[in-house]
Design a protein around this ligand. Structure first.
Ligand SMILES: O=P(O)(O)O[C@H]1O[C@H](CO)[C@@H](O)[C@H]1O
Ligand SMILES: O=c1cc[nH]c(=O)[nH]1
Length: 238
C-alpha cells in the first residue's frame, strides 16, 4: 500500500527509521548527494526535498523541515506517525548567545527553551521541558571523543522570532546560560516525546549575536563537514 500525507508523498519509496533534518531542503539534497549512496528521493511536495540512501551500508534518510516550529513539527509528526520514523536528528545552524560558544563551534541541544506557544496545545498542567534523547546524545558525545571534536552541550533557545524587536531579549537568555538560538528544536523534541521516539539537535554556530565574526567560506565548509562526520556514524548506528 502506498501512503502519502498532505506534505510528504513518497509514493511507496522507503523512509528510514533514522532521519537527518536540516532546515534547508537544498541542504538535504547536498547531504544526500555528498554523503549517501544508492539514494532515492522520497519527497518533492512543496520542494521540501527528502531522500533515503545508505551510509556505510546502513539506511539513513534526510529531509528539510523548513524554518520554525510550525513547519518542523508538522513534518516530524508526519514522519513519526505515518512513516514509522524512530530517530530524528536535526542538523542545523544556530546563533551563538553564550560567551563559551564561538562561531563554527558545534552545539548539541541537551534541552531547548522556547518563546513559542507550541507546548500549550498539549494542555499540560505545568511547563514541559523539551529534552534530547540520551541514547542519541551519548552516542554523539562518544563519537566526538573518538574524533577529538569539541562539543558544547547544553540548553538552546528555539525562538519564533529571528528579528527580535527588543535585541536585549537575547541577553536575558544568555544570562540563563542558554548557549545558542535557533528555531525548531523545542517543537521537534516535544513531538518526539509525545510519540515516545528519540530526537537530538546538533548545530554549527553560523554567527554569534554578541561577538563579532570575521569568517571565511573555508571555515563555514569545515564546520559543516565536522558536524556531518560526527552525526553520520551515529545516524547509521555504527
Ligand atoms: O540552518 P537551519 O537548520 O535552517 O536553522 C536555523 O536557520 C534558520 C534561520 O536562518 C532557522 O531554521 C534556524 O533554526
Ligand atoms: O535561528 C538562528 C540561526 C542562526 N543565527 C541566528 O541568529 N538565529
Amino acid at each position: 500500500m502506498t501512503l502519502n500525507t498532505p506534505h510528504i508523498a513518497p509514493n511507496g519509496a522507503e523512509i528510514a527509521e533514522t532521519i537527518l533534518l536540516p532546515g534547508d531542503p537544498l541542504r538535504a539534497k547536498f547531504i544526500a548527494e555528498t554523503y549517501l549512496e544508492n539514494v532515492t528521493q522520497f519527497n518533492t511536495v512543496r520542494n521540501m526535498f527528502g531522500y533515503t540512501g545508505e551510509f556505510k551500508g546502513q539506511k539513513v534518510s534526510v529531509m528539510g523541515t523548513g524554518m520554525g516550529i510550525p513547519s518542523a513539527s508538522l513534518y516530524t509528526h508526519e514522519l513519526i506517525h505515518f512513516f514509522g520514523v524512530k530517530r530524528l536528528i536535526r542538523i542545523g545552524t544556530c546563533g551563538g548567545l553564550s560567551d563559551v560558544v564561538d562561531t563554527f563551534d558545534i552545539v548539541v541541544a541537551a534541552s531547548a527553551s522556547t518563546d513559542s506557544n507550541f507546548m500549550a496545545h498539549y494542555k499540560l498542567p505545568g511547563t514541559f521541558a523539551p529534552t534530547a534523547s540520551w541514547s542519541l546524545l551519548s552516542a554523539v558525545a562518544q563519537e566526538a571523543e573518538k574524533q577529538g571534536v569539541k562539543l558544547n552541550v547544553g540548553n538552546v533557545l528555539s525562538s519564533d522570532v529571528f528579528y527580535k524587536s527588543d535585541f536585549s531579549d537575547n541577553k536575558k537568555w544568555a544570562d540563563m546560560g542558554v548557549l545558542a538560538v535557533e528555531m525548531e528544536t523545542a517543537g521537534i523534541y516535544a513531538v518526539a516525546a509525545a510519540a515516545g521516539v528519540e530526537a537530538l539537535s546538533v548545530f554549527t554556530v553560523s554567527d554569534h549575536l554578541f561577538k563579532g565574526s570575521d569568517t571565511t567560506a573555508e571555515q563555514r565548509e569545515t564546520s559543516f563537514t565536522d558536524m556531518m562526520e560526527l552525526v553520520l556514524p551515529v545516524a547509521a548506528g555504527l
